[in-house]
Design a protein around this ligand. Structure first.
Ligand code: SF4
Ligand code: SF4
Length: 335
């Protein structure tokens, strides 16, 4: 029987997640690209540094997971080496987040036991997807996804929901089943990079999100595809928690900046930096100062970056508390 219960995935203190941007370059130019080269540079992390930095963040006492990101991480000629190195060092899971181009023959250089492959697609057909991600992307991404699934790789698919593709989301579960995708991640459009430039035309209202996303997630779960999506709005009695305080996530960039909160990435307020292959805490005002603040709206960074999106009642209290952007819920998951 399919598990149709929606479960909030609480932060797990025994887990450490490393989001490792090994380069910021990309072969695509998506309309909502979240990469900010002004802040994070345009270099690639060298093969040697990748090993040193993987060692630096590996915590044997915890379940350490690494997600290789870019830009497009498969453009890095040493990605296959880094995946295998992470495994050798003891990382519990390795994921590669790709736009689907799988450069440098990745499928031939790693095995299904080495890594999960997570593909990004923003529409159920070429017409919708390619107007966001570029001409020809749908065909390439779906062909490579099928190839990976046929080789036995565990695959997932990330769909970033915005005003540009919200109404097409319901067509995704059928496509995922056809492609043999193992897990579906629905992502909310961020406030970073290009998407921060045009928030009105991209960001969803709470009503649009609640009306559309949970029912589609349930639809995918009913087809046997576990689906994970951000919580976004906390229920009345739910406790607010900031991942910066309650979890161990590290967002690493090629220029050595390390953030604990992805919403801070467009600003030079990272709390940590790697210098001479050592992780150092920065002095002065940085993201951690915000993690401590308690406000009725929930997430402080969300309040600072998009105050206009929080509706207030006649008594001046916010109608919704916004959860940490890293808090997820899932449906169709193993009990
Ligand atoms: S969103 Fe990802 S795939 Fe698209 S341009 Fe940016 S880095 Fe490349
Ligand atoms: S998104 Fe908000 S709640 Fe989550 S880590 Fe950042 S500041 Fe904290």
């Amino acid at each position: 029987m399919k598990n149709s219960a929606v479960k909030t995935l609480a932060f797990r203190p025994e887990e450490r997640n490393i989001f490792f941007h090994i380069l910021t370059g990309c072969n695509l130019a998506c309309r909502h690209c979240y990469i900010n080269r002004e802040q994070h540079g345009s270099e690639m992390v060298s093969r040697e540094k990748m090993v040193e930095w993987l060692k630096l963040f590996y915590e044997p006492a915890k379940e350490s997971n690494v997600i290789f990101l870019g830009g497009e991480p498969t453009m890095h000629p040493d990605l296959a080496f880094a995946v295998k190195k992470a495994r050798e060092l003891g990382y519990s899971s390795v994921t590669v987040d790709t736009n689907g181009y799988l450069f440098h023959n990745l499928l031939e250089r790693i095995s299904p036991d080495d890594a999960v492959l997570s593909f990004s697609l923003d529409g159920p057909d070429a017409e919708i997807n390619d107007q966001i991600r570029g001409a020809g992307v749908f065909a390439t991404c779906t062909a490579n996804l099928k190839k990976a699934a046929a080789l036995g790789f565990t695959t997932s698919l990330i769909y970033t929901v915005s005003r540009m593709n919200l109404e097409q989301l319901h067509r995704m579960p059928g496509l995922l089943a056809e492609l043999g995708v193992n897990r579906f991640f629905i992502q909310v459009i961020g406030l970073r990079g290009k998407s921060a430039e045009d928030p009105e035309n991209l960001q969803l209202t709470p009503e649009e999100w609640l009306r559309t996303v949970p029912p589609v997630a349930a639809q995918a779960a009913a087809l046997g595809i576990p689906t994970i999506y951000p919580k976004v709005f906390l229920d009345k009695n739910e406790k607010f928690e900031c991942a910066g305080r309650a979890a161990e996530n590290f967002f690493i960039f090629p220029n050595g900046r390390v953030y604990r909160c992805p919403l801070c990435e467009d600003h030079p307020i990272h709390s940590l930096e790697i210098k001479d292959d050592e992780l150092k805490k920065r002095a002065g005002l940085h993201e951690e100062c915000f993690f401590e603040l308690e406000i009725p709206e929930g997430c402080v960074m969300n309040r600072l970056l998009q105050a206009g999106n929080i509706p207030y009642g006649p008594d001046g209290a916010p109608l919704h508390r916004i959860s940490c952007c890293l808090l997820k819920q899932g449906v169709g998951l193993e009990p």
